[in-house]
Structures are given as structure tokens and as C-alpha cells.
Design a protein around this ligand. Structure first.
Ligand SMILES: Cc1cc2nc3c(=O)[nH]c(=O)nc-3n(C[C@H](O)[C@H](O)[C@H](O)COP(=O)(O)OP(=O)(O)OC[C@H]3O[C@@H](n4cnc5c(N)ncnc54)[C@H](O)[C@@H]3O)c2cc1C
Length: 438
């Protein structure tokens, strides 16, 4: 078999590029067919991009080396097809540099801007560099434009009420005009059109998991935790005193929904456990309300729902207490248990009077939860509740995690340690993680 030439390598790089574009777009065709959200396919975007990076660099450096040996570098690079090749290479290497974790974490806007500019210029460079890459360039352009079109079609402009939840350092964004069209666990991308967000801030778009259930009077609710510049500005805007009910109205653009639980139907499991950290409670609030609604309509098999929520401060429970209490009271056929853990020693007056947590359905404890034990307890309760002739009909346990990556890693490890007997008893354990980043 003949060894690949330098020219073959440009073909290898170009032929991978449609995959890089397809896996990187928010509305990607592959995700649609696989039933998986774009954020779960990002690893494929990165892997295919690395192949392009290596192939394009070996191809270009090979030619540069050849021209240098022949002492005609300047002559060669002056040819349009060669300088377009060099422009393409700069785009690819620039993309790699600004996509590193450092830039993604420290300068997200720079990462985003370089992505948009370089990926657009790269398509033009491919068109002028080499005849053979033209079909691939068209494929990339088509995927990119289709994504932009779908983003426009999926965008709604509305008015939101923003309110701070100081105990959690969160801005609650409520959009009553949008109250259907999503499933629990999905997220939207939010743009706040207000001068209060600053010169660049109003043009930025940020992802947030939907915290409410569809068809509720409050509409679409988001919990936006203060994490950096944009979320801090949103919090400051909402934190204006003197307004009626302490609410402020702002114009927003909501794009989505995206992602979510994919092929999982939580209502088809026998039990569900949600493990959340801080603002990751959004997955549980939407999924639990959806499950309770389905249960009341006779459309759910779930017999036990358990929520384990870890927060820094015990007072974080105060704003969510009405919602938690109503979920426990509403769930007539399914047992709901909510265990809240706080990790910081309380300073000042404890926010709850002695004896407040008498019911076993809602508990507040210091320290970190023992996830494995909670999961095994839920299995026991579920198995006990479905005793008798129907006990063979166990449909498995769903474990949903939402929060930082370290929390998800810990839960995956703990779930792996579950007693195999217990796991078989419930019909298997399936995990789903929503982490706030990629
Ligand atoms: C799928 C998904 C769902 C999320 N759901 C929630 C939620 O329900 N509640 C919540 O409080 N937070 C959520 N986040 C995180 C939230 O999007 C970021 O905290 C927010 O965008 C930070 O913006 P900033 O400018 O204030 O902070 P920055 O200081 O700019 O960034 C802080 C961190 O957020 C990341 N980030 C910044 N901008 C974006 C962006 N446009 N897109 C993706 N990541 C970004 C950065 O990489 C960095 O790691 C979610 C993130 C993702 C990816």
C-alpha cells in the first residue's frame, strides 16, 4: 500500500471537518438522530478537531520544510492557494489555542469569538486552497448555516421577572409567557436585553437548566447562580430595592430548549434519586414536579422519589421550602423524600426553630451525604412498597445528578459500589449527569 502523501493529509483534515462542525453546533443533525443533546456530543467535536489539527499541521509543515530545503518558501507562499492554506492553518491552530481549558474558563467570550471568526474564515480558506476540499467546505457551511437558522427559529423574545434569592446567591428568572415546549432536564440559552448588563453583556447568551415544569402558571423559571461577570450583573440588576414585591421586569431572548434526558423516561422507572449540588437543584425541581404530575395522571411507574441536595448554608433551604413542602404534599401515590445537607457551620441564628423537621419526608443535616447508602435505602423502600405478585415487575432505578463535575464523578463512583443483590432487586441502576460546563 502506498504511504500517504502530504496532499492526502489535506484530504484527511478536510474530510474530518464536517464532523467537527456537526458535533460542535447546538442543533446538530447527528444529535437529533441519536436523541442526544449537543452538550453530550462535545467530546466527539473535540476528538475530530484534534485529528484535523494533527493532519493539517503535518501537511503544512511538510510543505514548508520542502520549500525551505528548495530555498523557494517566499515564492511558494505568494501563490494564492498556498497563502489560503496558511490562513487555514492559522485558523486551526488559533482555534486549538483558544479552546484550551484556560481560555474556556477564564475568557469564555474570547474562546467564543475566536471560534466564530476562525470557523468562518476556515471555510473560505478551504474554498481557495485546494479543489478537492471544496465539497467538504460546502458541507461545513451547510451544517453551520442550518444551525444558525434553527437557532433563529428556536428563539423567543419575552418579558421576564427577575428576583434575587440571596440565601443561594441566585437570580430567579421567571418568564410566564413561555410555559410549554420543554421536558425536565432541558436547558435554554438566555440573553438579557438591557443596558444594565453592560456594553457586551446584553449581547452575551448563557445556558441555564429549566427549573420549572411545563404548563405551570409561573412559566419558564431559571436559577442563575452568581459565577462571573454576566451572572453578577444580572444579580445586581435584580437586586434593586424599593420595587413592588422586589421584582424587576426585563426583556429577554430565550433560545432552546436543548439537551436534557435524551432517551430516558424517568416515569418508566420504579424509583428515582436526584443528587444535586447548589444551583444544580434545577434538574430535580423540574423532574420531580413532572413526575408528580404524571403520577397524578396515572402515567408513572415511579414508587419512590428521593432528593439529596447539598448546599453550603442551611439558610439555602428557606426560599425552596414552600416548593419542597408542596411537592411532598401533592405526591399522594408516590413517596417523596427530601434530604438537605449543609456543609458550612451556621453563623448567627439558625434559620429553623427546634423540632421544625419532625417529618421524615424532609430533613436538614450537617455534613455530606452518603450517596451509596441513600440509593440502597431507596431501593429497599421501593422493593418493600411493591411487594406481592407485582414484585417481579421492577423497572430499575434512575439516578440523576446535577451540579459540578466533581459531584457527578463522586455519584458515579458510589453507584458503582451498590450491592449487586440490591441492584438486581430493583432491576438495574441507570445514571444521568447534567454538569454545568464542557
Ligand atoms: C448546559 C448548561 C446548563 C447550565 N445550567 C445552569 C443553571 O441552571 N444554573 C446556573 O447557575 N448555571 C448553569 N450553568 C452555568 C452557567 O451557564 C454559567 O455559570 C454562566 O454562563 C457563567 O457566566 P458568567 O459570565 O457569569 O461567568 P464567567 O466568569 O464568564 O464564567 C464562569 C464559568 O462559566 C462558563 N461560561 C461562561 N459563559 C458561558 C456560556 N455562554 N456558555 C457556557 N459556559 C459559559 C465559563 O467557561 C466558566 O467556566 C449551566 C451551564 C451549562 C453548560
Amino acid at each position: 500500500m502506498p504511504s500517504p502523501t502530504l496532499r492526502d493529509l489535506v484530504g484527511s483534515a478536510a474530510s474530518q471537518l464536517p464532523f467537527v462542525y456537526a458535533f460542535g453546533t447546538k442543533n446538530n443533525v447527528l444529535g437529533m438522530f441519536l436523541g442526544i443533546g449537543y452538550e453530550k456530543l462535545h467530546f466527539m467535536h473535540r476528538h475530530s478537531a484534534r485529528i484535523v489539527l494533527v493532519a493539517a499541521n503535518v501537511h503544512s509543515l511538510g510543505y514548508i520544510y520542502k520549500w525551505c530545503l528548495a530555498d523557494n518558501f517566499m515564492e511558494s507562499i505568494a501563490k494564492p492557494k498556498c497563502y489560503w492554506g496558511l490562513i487555514g492553518l492559522i485558523c486551526i491552530d488559533g482555534l486549538f489555542l483558544f479552546s484550551t481549558e484556560f481560555f474556556r474558563k477564564k475568557a469564555y467570550n474570547l474562546f467564543l469569538a475566536t471560534h466564530i471568526c476562525a470557523l468562518t474564515v476556515l471555510i473560505i480558506a478551504m474554498l481557495y486552497h485546494y479543489q478537492g476540499t471544496i465539497p467538504w467546505a460546502y458541507a461545513c457551511a451547510t451544517l453551520y448555516l442550518l444551525d444558525i437558522l434553527q437557532r433563529v427559529l428556536k428563539t423567543r423574545v419575552s418579558t421576564a421577572t427577575i428576583r434575587t434569592i440571596p440565601e443561594l446567591g441566585i437570580t430567579r428568572v421567571e418568564i410566564p409567557n413561555i410555559n410549554s415546549g420543554w421536558r425536565a432536564g432541558q436547558h435554554v440559552r438566555l440573553r438579557v436585553i438591557s443596558s444594565g448588563m453592560g456594553l457586551i453583556g446584553w449581547s452575551e447568551i448563557h445556558p441555564f437548566t429549566i427549573a420549572s415544569v411545563a404548563n405551570s402558571p409561573e412559566g419558564l423559571v431559571l436559577f442563575c447562580k452568581k459565577a462571573g461577570d454576566w451572572t453578577n450583573k444580572l444579580y445586581d440588576m435584580a437586586n434593586v430595592s424599593g420595587l413592588e414585591n422586589n421584582d424587576r421586569k426585563v426583556s429577554v431572548m430565550v433560545q432552546g430548549p436543548y439537551g436534557g434526558l435524551g432517551n430516558f423516561m424517568i416515569s418508566s422507572f420504579s424509583a428515582a434519586v436526584f443528587v444535586c449540588g447548589g444551583s444544580g437543584i434545577t434538574l430535580a425541581t423540574s423532574a420531580m414536579q413532572e413526575l408528580i404530575q404524571q403520577d397524578m395522571d396515572g402515567q408513572s411507574r415511579v414508587k419512590s422519589i428521593e432528593l439529596i441536595w447539598t448546599v453550603q448554608d442551611a439558610s439555602a433551604l428557606v426560599p425552596l421550602l414552600p416548593l419542597f413542602t408542596s411537592m411532598i404534599q401533592q405526591s399522594v401515590f408516590t413517596s417523596v423524600r427530601i434530604s438537605v445537607f449543609y456543609t458550612r457551620a451556621p453563623t448567627g441564628k439558625f434559620p429553623f426553630p427546634d423540632g421544625f423537621f419532625r417529618s421524615t419526608s424532609l430533613t436538614l443535616s450537617p455534613g455530606r451525604p452518603k450517596i451509596q447508602q441513600h440509593i440502597e435505602d431507596t431501593i429497599s423502600r421501593t422493593v418493600d412498597s411493591i411487594s406481592g405478585p407485582k414484585s417481579g415487575n421492577m423497572c430499575g432505578l434512575f439516578v440523576g445528578v446535577c451540579g459540578p463535575v466533581s459531584l457527578a464523578d463522586g455519584v458515579f463512583k458510589d453507584a458503582g459500589k451498590i450491592d449487586p443483590f440490591r441492584r438486581d432487586q430493583i432491576g438495574g441502576v441507570e445514571l444521568h449527569a447534567e454538569t454545568f460546563g464542557w
